[in-house]
Design a protein around this ligand. Structure first.
Ligand SMILES: Nc1ncnc2c1ncn2[C@@H]1O[C@H](COP(=O)(O)OP(=O)(O)OP(=O)(O)O)[C@@H](O)[C@H]1O
Ligand SMILES: [Mg+2]
Length: 409
């Protein structure tokens, strides 16, 4: 396999850094050939707070993936946390230029460019523009207008902006780890590639990424991302609550949570006893699984309820037709699906990548970055590279790379 054929995705999370190396396949899917995982040290609540530690974590995950694939990784696409990100809807319009009025990839590129003219605070940058629908001579709901005939091409787009500080810190850590950033992919967009079916995205669905430092809510309908909201609360807070409640160390509390944690006290056994070392290591205490769940339940419930408030702000008192999909490490916890079903009163399922070696919701974002890039750049479907929206996004990635070089060098 030639290394230039491979695509690398990195997810810099609060708990772990994950590096995934994938080979694009002709059917626009991916074959995963390398994985690197390291525990993440420099982030709090999804945000980088220590550049050196984050760089070290990225370096060790990259090295692990490199050992697996047998060559040096030079560039990668990186997931961007939804914190400090804004979604701005905007419209663009252009006249179709060709004499025969057939819409080309170039027209699509121009109309997408025209949406980028928005008032922007000095501390923000546009990181991506997603077309929600194209409108050709007044006919709306078009996903790919290339090849259609028309005079006037409009686009209804979603502009993603992020604070320059967030981008700069992420870029700096990845660069210091010896990797050039080929592009950034919003984590919500990456997650949806792995976690949601096209039917769910069409009908309306909430996707909840329950991570270590934050919980990220995305709402999809009519096939596209409509809104996002990020709460700076995640699994680390649960671990913290257990540590305080049982007066034990953070590591012991984390292991208890991983091995015996359950989100609903009603699902635990009172007579399942666990021996726990107190902080300092001198005394020991015996607690039941129910006692442990007693520390987890209120925090998990709080996150679910705060998310419900966000859902209401997005206009959903009742749930959308496709319900709720959970992913992220906390979705592995026993009882979390049942709790979500009780709170949201709808169908809830857990999503994870369907690949050997990364078949866990902790890999959803990293695998999703790969899937998103391969799908949007038309890699693996060479005939689409010269036309179609794949062409457009390919141009976009190139422009993105130039822009990154301009502001970060
Ligand atoms: N089997 C499990 N049972 C319970 N909790 C789990 C399990 N596996 C992982 N977790 C928890 O999931 C959290 C990590 O999730 P994840 O790996 O998705 O976070 P992250 O992507 O690194 O962080 P973030 O997205 O918040 O920046 C941790 O709190 C961890 O304890
Ligand atoms: Mg995450």
């Amino acid at each position: 396999m030639k290394r230039k054929d491979l695509v690398v995705g990195i997810d810099v999370g609060t708990s772990h850094v994950r590096v995934i190396v994938g080979e694009p396949l002709p059917d626009n899917t991916v074959n995963i050939v390398g994985v690197g995982l390291s525990s993440s040290q420099g982030l709090k609540k999804g945000v980088i707070v220590d550049l050196d530690k984050t760089t070290q974590s990225i370096t060790s995950a990259v090295e692990e993936a490199e050992r697996m694939v047998g060559f040096d990784i030079k560039e990668a696409y990186v997931g961007l946390v939804g914190m400090n990100v804004e979604l701005v809807p905007n419209k663009g319009v252009v006249a179709v230029t060709s004499e025969d009025r057939e819409i080309t990839g170039e027209d699509v590129d121009r109309v997408m460019q025209s949406t980028r003219v928005i008032p922007l605070a000095s501390d923000r940058e546009i990181v991506n523009v997603i077309p929600r629908q194209f409108i050709v001579d007044g006919y709306d709901g078009i996903r790919d207008p290339v090849g259609m005939l028309g005079v006037r091409l409009e686009v209804d787009a979603l502009i993603i902006t992020a604070t320059i500080t967030t981008l700069r810190n992420l870029m700096r850590c990845v660069n210091r780890a010896g990797i050039e950033v080929s592009g950034l992919v919003l984590q919500s967009l990456a997650n949806s590639e792995v976690a949601l079916s096209s039917d769910e995205k069409e009908l309306g669905v909430f996707l909840l990424d329950l991570g270590g430092g934050k919980s990220e809510l995305s709402f999809y309908q009519h096939g596209v991302l409509q809104s996002i909201s990020v709460l700076p609360v995640g699994g680390n807070h649960i671990t913290n609550d257990i540590a305080i409640g049982l007066r034990t160390g953070f590591e012991t509390a984390e292991n208890l949570k991983l091995e015996h944690g359950c989100a609903l006290t009603a699902m635990t056994e009172e007579n399942e006893k666990l021996e726990v070392t107190c902080v300092g290591g001198k005394d020991r205490q015996v607690v039941s699984e129910r006692d442990l769940a007693g520390f987890i339940e209120p925090r998990a419930y709080e996150v679910m309820q705060l998310m419900q408030e966000e859902m209401k702000k997005m206009g959903w008192e009742d749930m959308p037709p496709a319900g709720v999909v959970l992913t992220g490490g906390i979705s592995l916890m026993e009882g979390i699906t049942e709790m979500a079903e009780q709170v949201y009163n709808t169908s809830v399922r857990v999503a994870e990548p369907q690949f050997v070696g990364v078949k866990s919701p902790i890999y959803t974002t990293a695998v999703g970055v790969l899937n998103y890039v391969i799908k949007s750049s038309g890699e693996g479907i060479p005939e689409k590279k010269e036309g179609g929206s794949g062409f457009l996004v390919k141009n976009w990635w190139d422009r993105f790379r130039n822009w990154l070089n301009e502001i970060f060098e």
